[in-house]
Design a protein around this ligand. Sequence first.
Ligand SMILES: [Zn+2]
Length: 599
Amino acid sequence: MSNNKLKTREEINPEYTWNLNDMISNLGEWEQLFETVYSEIEVLTNYQGRLMESSKTLYECLNNKDNFLVKLYRLMVFSNMNLHQDTNNTDSQGLVQKVSSLQVNAAAALSYIEPEIMSFENSILISYMNSNKDLEKYKHYFEDILRQKSHILPKEQEELLALAGDFAGTPSNIFSMFMNADLILPEVIDDNHNTITLTHGNYLKLLKSADSKVRKTAFEAMFNTLDRNKNTLTSVYLSSLKKDVFEMRARKFDSCCEANLDGKNINISVYDNLIETVNESLPLLHRYVSLRKKMLGLDELHMYDLYTPMVKDMDEKVSFENGKNLVKEALMPLGEEYLGLLNKGFNDGWIDVYENKGKRSGAYSWGTYGVHPYVLLNYQDTLNNTFTLAHEMGHALHSYYSDESQPFIYHSYPIFLAEVASTVNESLLINHLLKITTDKEKRKYLINHYMESFRTTLYRQVMFAEFECKSHELVEKGEAVTSDVLNQIHYDLNKKYYGKDIIVDELIKFEWARIPHFYTSFYVYQYATGFSSAVAISQQILEKGESAVTNYKTFLKSGSSKYPLETLKATGVDMTTSAPIKNALKVFEALLDEMETLV
Ligand SMILES: [Zn+2]
């Protein structure tokens, strides 16, 4: 749809818009809430230095803080969502600015609380918890603070670290400025043989082209450019590695990986086990690569041929009404209660469906404690968008269950678990579609869609996780890290992962240099653990029915009231073992088996 045909926000049928009034019903109410929150900041600072006075004072402070944050987040979410539905609306821009500075003030005012609790003798905190029933709800919160105590340094050293923290974000800032603002990418050709400028945004689209010349030109243009800038890109990544090693040493961890995972109380064995299990299953990925070569009918398969669809796109339209029905049918195995909530979400103003002038792109689920969750879509009548609907409703219902079941302090689910519920829904949708589809071409399309998720979300992210491990280890051991060294690691990983039926073009060695996630260290493995957990959970739901659903709901209701691995265990998925990854890969193998017979 071209931009001039787009409707304005006012022209959109309200039936397809979300109802933000469920959060705050008018501007007068917004102003009033803003004043309340503003005045409460000072009340909260009054507890500073007094938390140890009595269990009553401690409880009062924490409870007031929670009530304060509920109101602050409501202002923040409401204002931002108003802006997202029409980013050109100056009134909404004003609200967001006001609430942003309020947030900065609030964060500064509350920053004393955790360090002050951390300075308690453990025995005092325990006796407070035992003597004051009100404090019980904060038990896990306290445990988590105390757990991290052994890596907290004496006061002066912590102050020094906080000062150093000021420039800890520098490598990531330089990388982003360089890649997005300064790096000049060359001109390439597109599908229509027009000359266009390569961008980070159109790169993947060009790699998906059916024309191998388009793919090859884009690939070479990207990596030759990175090659010409290898000194800058290596220096900035190396400075990020050194920052991690500095923090790891300062806080007395054995490795950067351990330091990072400890923050969420994830044992390093989860990381190692993931890499090991996926390595054992590389023959499956090699089979997939061979199949891709065969299906594309190429004499030689190159690294730039990995993204082009192996199956022709389905141009069948899926209207929003049909999309909702497909999602409802697909999620039937989750039981009546879940379906009831899903219907409520579909009918009660949770979702903002269509694109309009000025609306934020993409899709998300977001919300605020005490009010139902919201979903932003830019629905365009495609099957892909139906998957997005299932995905975002997975997030939304996860939030709904956790909000309903947990006190504010534990209502939001941790990042390690963030993509589980959304992927369970996608996985149930693909299972349903495969069940009702007999047409051979359509089946091929669906299987390809699912197999690509395994390749990109599981295999590729684990390959990146291995790269991160190796590059950090080099700096930890004090070895020289040059672009040649990093290139060699990445090249060898590609050879190992993709196998013999692909020509691993030399230029792929620079791929590490363009991955933004490497500046949030040890993050990408969570895509793989989340995906494997979700596939394993959805299989259990389909095979075992009600008992698996009951366990899954316990998971959905847990928020962050337990450590992530424990929460996941409620579903029978134990990420310290290889079983969930193996179970997920069995699904991949079955897809591969079928696809091999279909071609
Ligand atoms: Zn998501």
